[in-house]
Ligand binder design. Structure first.
Ligand SMILES: Nc1ncnc2c1ncn2[C@@H]1O[C@H](COP(=O)(O)OP(=O)(O)OP(=O)(O)O)[C@@H](O)[C@H]1O
Ligand SMILES: [Mg+2]
Length: 237
């Protein structure tokens, strides 16, 4: 088991109101699985991903990555685990504006003691996401979708065991979305584990081998793929 979440709970207070963003969530993911979590806006998807990745501390419950408790280790060890094991694709493009596309992709290699990726890998990934001609462009010179593709490329540079992707195809057209999902499938075929959160039913439909879960008001439930997809269709319309 590569990811093991036990009874995760995370509450927020805003405007004097208490919101249970993640409500007693337990989730086990085996190595090489492709997990899609579907849920409406505000259902707790981003919060859950950030708990899994050790970026947010839960109020209660715990997460083990490869058998090691995220918060049972020092901050340095947690950062190191994150850098070695996880590639994050954040919901909102998170590129460094003063670095070029290539430099942004290479950035994770400058953290941690023994990066697995190399300069040549960055060029290869740039090609895979279809942006080789933008190698030396700055984020401000790229479209939203291009910035997102650079952020996706960056998540893969260090050859992570796990990709945590938050609405990864949010602002991409259908064709580019297909290319990105093909890229995910290829890495998944090579053994990379994926947890993708989205409200995009299409994404769950097209990943044939995906295990689909539903998040509703912080509660995670596992359903048969067609059921999950149909329910979303019903409510989203
Ligand atoms: N830092 C915060 N402070 C207060 N409330 C928060 C905070 N982060 C999240 N929330 C609340 O927790 C709930 C879950 O938020 P979350 O961002 O996890 O949802 P989401 O499923 O990712 O939504 P979306 O699809 O819109 O991205 C929401 O009600 C949100 O308002
Ligand atoms: Mg979100």
């Amino acid at each position: 088991m590569i990811i093991d979440c036990r009874n995760l709970e995370k509450k927020y207070t805003a405007d004097n109101k208490l919101v249970t963003a993640v409500d007693n969530v337990s989730l086990s993911v085996e190595e090489g699985e492709f997990v899609v979590i579907l849920g409406h806006s505000g259902s707790g998807k981003t919060t859950l991903l950030s708990l899994i990745g050790g970026l947010t501390v839960p109020d209660s419950g715990g997460v083990q990555i490869n058998g090691v408790d995220n918060w049972g280790q020092s901050d340095d060890d947690l950062s190191d685990m994150r850098n070695r094991t996880i590639g994050f694709i954040f919901q909102f493009a998170s590129l460094i504006p003063t670095l070029t596309a290539l430099e942004n992709i290479l950035l994770p290699l400058s953290f941690g003691a023994s990066p697995k990726g190399r300069y040549e890998d960055a060029l290869e990934i740039l090609e895979l996401v279809g942006l080789k001609d933008k190698t030396n462009s700055f984020p401000s010179q790229l479209s939203g979708g291009q910035q997102r593709r650079i952020a996706i490329a960056r998540a893969f540079i260090n050859k992570p065991d796990i990709i945590l992707a938050d609405e990864p195809t949010g602002d991409l057209d259908e064709e580019t979305e297909r290319d990105i999902l093909d890229l995910f499938r290829e890495y998944n075929g090579r053994g990379t584990t994926f947890v993708v959160v989205t409200h995009n039913i299409h994404l769950a439909r097209t990943q044939k081998n995906a295990r689909v879960l539903q998040m509703r008001q912080g509660v995670l439930t596992e359903e048969k793929k067609e059921e999950a997809v149909d329910k979303q269709t019903e409510t989203v319309g």
